[in-house]
Design a protein around this ligand. Structure first.
Ligand SMILES: Cc1ncc(COP(=O)(O)O)c(C=O)c1O
Length: 405
């Protein structure tokens, strides 16, 4: 088994430099500055001896230097994976077709019939649906606990518990997990820890550095950053990713080479984009908190947020998502949203364009008001995913639209 990824950079680079240079060199050809899009479904062998040599090599490298078939790998995809691994400080990273594919594949591979796992409540709704409905059909049980309640987390652990899964920051209330505390509990009970770090990004916090076993991202969001593709990734040690790599060739949720190229391109500006997302997030959260038409704001960079102290000590920025309740009802929140000129009404986050939604109308439209209220999702709750537009323009737009509440 290799101890170092063949594409790893020998020295530790800052996130912005890693985002530009890490992982690409072995995959550049024809003196091209950028990694080419290797648009092929399959790969040829000069003769049978070359094929046999490749099969032998496969047995020693998690990421072989060449590939046999498109579902097992692609040079453009490898370059994007190597860059993601460098950014997370991971031995390896695996790209898959969406954030949900990253979550579902990881949980399916780490868990077996009869196992139990623990998740935190304030997670992306589709993730909770997969954990509570889909996995239950295969005899895998899940207990949901509130983020921040470590006593409940530990009390939920059973003899057959295998892992703890959480987002951090969570969606939509941006709760931040205490990684050292989570890792301490998990190690004491011999459990794996998996974090969906989509809202954090490796620019703001790197969960693996705290001892988390696997970090997942919806690459669709900040990492690709331009609201123009769907992808997901899982990063961790070779020991953790090996089974996932094997499974991907069977499950088939791969990214295509063109998407990988767009991810490589998007990642190069990750540091710059995150600086503006973080600045917009903090400035808009402060503006909203002081506004008479706003009842409550959730943003980990505000002292009023339940995880402010933890976030301030562990994160270098708090991202571009701000959740808030307008001082009105659901229709009042809709009037405000409809009056905005810059943010567009759409699900998703992390792209250069600001997007806005009422969770009760988008992600939770088909759930009951009682179910929504149990999660704290009121009709007047708004989730604003700030892009990288000018801060003053955004605040001016929010100010004029709040007149319409
Ligand atoms: C935190 C989080 N994880 C995962 C996902 C799923 O990612 P994707 O849409 O790329 O499947 C989303 C949203 O879509 C999300 O917000």
């Amino acid at each position: 088994m290799p101890t170092q990824h063949p594409t790893q950079h020998p020295t530790k680079l800052s996130p912005q430099t890693a985002a530009i240079h890490a992982g690409e060199a072995p995959f550049i050809s024809h003196h091209s500055l950028t990694v080419p899009i290797v648009q092929t479904a399959t790969y040829t062998f000069e003769n049978t001896a070359a094929l046999v040599a490749y099969e032998e090599d496969q047995m020693f490298w998690d990421v072989p230097e060449r590939v046999e078939y498109g579902r097992y790998g692609n040079p453009t995809v490898y370059a994007a994976q190597a860059k993601l691994a460098a950014l997370e400080g991971a031995e390896d990273a695996l790209l898959v077709s969406s954030g949900m594919a990253a979550i579902t594949t990881t949980l399916m591979i780490l868990l077996s019939q009869g196992d139990h796992f623990v998740i935190t409540e304030d997670c992306y709704r589709r993730t909770r649906i997969f954990c509570n409905s889909f996995l239950a059909r295969y005899g895998i049980d899940c207990t949901t606990v509130k983020p921040g309640d470590y006593e409940a987390m530990e009390a939920a652990i059973r003899p057959n518990t295998k892992l703890i899964f959480s987002e951090s920051p969570t969606n939509p209330f941006l709760r931040c997990l205490d990684y050292p505390r989570l890792v301490e509990i998990a190690q004491r009970h011999n459990l794996k820890t998996v974090i969906d770090g989509t809202f954090g990004t490796p620019v703001n916090i790197r969960p693996l550095e705290f001892g988390i076993d696997l970090v997942i991202h919806s690459v669709t969001k900040y990492l690709a950053g331009h609201n123009d593709l769907l992808a997901g990734c899982v990063a961790g040690s070779f020991a953790m990713t090996g089974a996932l790599r094997q499974a991907q060739g069977v499950i088939g949720a791969i990214v295509d080479p063109h998407t990988a190229f767009l991810i490589l391109r998007g990642l190069k500006t990750l540091g710059l984009r995150m600086a503006q997302h973080n600045a917009n997030g903090l400035a808009v959260a402060r503006f909203l908190e002081d506004h008479p038409k706003i009842r409550k704001v959730w943003y980990p960079g505000l002292e009023s947020h339940p995880d402010y102290t933890l976030a301030a000590a562990s994160m270098t920025g708090f991202g571009g998502v701000v959740s808030f309740e307008v001082e009105s009802d659901g229709p009042g929140a809709s009037r405000f949203i409809d009056a905005l000129r810059i943010p567009k009404i759409a699900p998703s986050l992390g792209g250069v364009e600001s997007l806005i939604e009422q969770p009760s109308i988008i992600s939770y439209y088909d759930s009951t008001p009682e179910d929504r209220l149990a999660l704290g999702i009121r009709d007047e709750l708004v989730r604003l995913a700030l892009g990288v537009e000018d801060t003053d323009d955004l605040i001016a737009d929010l100010g004029q639209a709040l007149e319409k509440v």
